[in-house]
Structure formats: C-alpha cells, structure tokens
Design a protein around this ligand. Structure first.
Ligand code: PMP
Length: 299
C-alpha cells in the first residue's frame, strides 16, 4: 500500500495529507510523460535512519530535470532534508523515497513549462523483484535509442518502454524482461542493471543505452574492494552461454539473482555465486552492519 489516510506527502513546499496530493487532468506531465523521478531507499541502521547515497540520487534528479528542461527549485541539501522530515512524519525508517518533478499546469503545448512542481512520497516497499532468482527473457522491445531521448535521465515517459517490456515478458511466463540496445547488445532490465559472472570475473553492459545505476556503481566498487575484476563491455545474449551466474541491481530491487535468460541456464545456484557474496556486502553497507552479521535467505 502506497498511502493511507494517515500518510504525509510533500507537495510544492508543504507537508500535506497524501490523499490531498492530487494532479489535474490537463497537466502537461500526464499527457506527455514529461516528468522526472528518483527511487531512493532509507535504512534503519545502528546510527538511526540513513538514506543511502542521497547526494548521488538528488544530483541525478537535478541532472534529469536539466536534461529535459524541467525547472526544479530545490537544492540537493533541501531535497535530502525534506526526505528525512518525510520519513520522520510517517514514522518510517526502512523505506522507499519517491521524488517526482512534474508539470502540473494545464498545458497541451510541446514547450517546456516556466515552472515545475515537486511531489515527494515515502512508503514501505520490499525488494521490488523479490528474493528468488529470476527467469529472464530477451525482450522483443529495445531500450529507447539514446539519440532519441537522454537515456541517462530518469524521465517518466521512458518507463512506458519498461512497462511494455516487463508486461510482455510476464505474459510469456517469465519473471522479467532483459532488453537489448539498438545494436543488439544486452542493455538492462526495465528497472534494474544486469551483471554476469564467468571464470571468477564480472561483466556488465557499458554505458550508452543504460541508466548507470547507483546500485550498479556501488556493486562495482564493492566488487573491486573484494578483489573481483569487473569489466564494462558490450555483449550479445549468446555470449551469456557458459556463464556461471548473473544478477540484477537497482535501488528498489537491491541485488537479485538471475537463474536463466531464455534457454541459457547459469551454471551455479545463486547462493554460490559472486552475486550472492556482493548482495551480502551491499546489505551490510546500506544497513551499516558487519558483513559477517548478514545472513540472507535467497535462492
Ligand atoms: N535501469 C533502469 C531502467 C532503472 O529504472 C533503474 C532504477 N532506477 C536502474 C537501472 C537501477 O538504478 P539505481 O541503481 O540507481 O536504482
């Protein structure tokens, strides 16, 4: 449940009841997907509620707004402060934070608005893709062409592509889609990045047609700290044959195992892969605990 009658949201400078945070039917954002969002998590740590990498997330939020010309009048520090206040007002510690910059004014033109609006919402959200290893399928839909849209911006309209691809994969009995770029290289999932393991090393798609996830960057750092080699490269789905493991990363999904991509079944159970080890290190990092203290039930 995203909100109840007690939930507080932040809307254009004020904390309001989430039920009152509404948007008109003639809003430019609603008609054209012209809006920007972030997905951030806060964790209950030994030193209290801590938002994970707020600077990185709110800087990306600013970048996304700039990339599409949507005005945003809050600094990174203000957005972080509002997030902490919102968590406190809703009595949440382990939570997902959703900022949305949008254009609420009635406007059917294809011109950037002179002013933007801001909604910030928080809710309790489990791992978006669950704890079980996923059966992926290569989507017939490609990621948006980076020459058509600023692909590294988290623009709401791009997520029509995500919804279409994810729904199509589920309709064919898979857990999630894996999308290729316009050249046929593996790009990413509808809302998460992709890694695979071969011969004790990790590989992940290079930047170009992906959102360079903050979780992806964190996992690359954690892997390198652990002495695991990570290569960013372009590869085709057939090159996954013979890989021993794979996983996806994202703020909402965190780190989730991948069992197969179509008929390619990865060699090891997820629990025995580098992905599982990095999942433990990721949980330790975000929750401020020692890696040894992390015991996770995942398959
Ligand atoms: N790719 C896409 C398309 C996404 O929507 C997300 C989720 N924001 C990611 C990757 C992962 O990004 P992050 O780790 O920053 O959440």
């Amino acid at each position: 449940m995203y909100f109840t009658s007690n939930t507080v949201a932040f809307l254009d400078g004020e904390f309001v009841s989430a039920e009152q945070a509404t948007c008109g039917m003639y809003a430019q954002s609603l008609h054209y997907g012209y809006a920007v969002f972030e997905g951030i998590r806060a964790y209950n740590t030994p030193s209290g509620t801590r938002i994970f990498k707020p600077k990185e997330h709110f800087e990306r939020f600013h970048y996304s707004c700039q990339a599409i010309g949507l005005p945003l009048s809050y600094s990174v520090a203000e957005l972080t402060e509002i997030s902490y206040q919102l968590l406190a007002k809703n009595g949440l510690s382990d939570a997902y934070i959703r900022p949305l910059a949008y254009a609420a004014a009635p406007n059917m033109s294809l011109k950037c608005p002179p002013a933007g609006n801001l909604l910030m919402a928080v809710w309790d959200w489990g791992r978006y893709l669950g704890d079980q290893s996923l059966r992926l399928t290569i989507s017939p839909y490609e990621r948006p062409n980076p020459r058509a849209v600023p692909i590294e911006a988290k623009v709401s309209g791009h997520y029509a592509n995500s919804i279409i691809a994810s729904t199509e994969a589920k309709n064919r009995g898979y857990d999630e889609a894996l999308l290729l770029d316009m050249h046929g290289y593996v790009a990413e999932g509808p809302g998460a990045n992709f890694f695979f393991e071969r011969d004790g090393e990790l590989f992940t798609p290079s930047a170009g047609s992906i959102l360079r996830g903050i979780t992806r960057n964190t996992i690359i750092d954690l892997a390198r700290e652990a002495g695991i080699r990570v290569t960013e490269t372009f590869f085709r789905p057939e090159e996954l044959r013979g890989a021993t493991g794979a996983f996806m990363t994202g703020t909402a999904a965190e780190v989730v195992g991948v069992a197969s991509v179509d008929d390619i079944v990865f060699g090891k159970p997820f629990a025995e892969t580098l992905g599982a080890e990095l999942a433990r290190r990721y949980t330790a990092l975000v929750t401020g605990q020692a890696v040894e203290a992390i015991v996770e039930a995942r398959e």
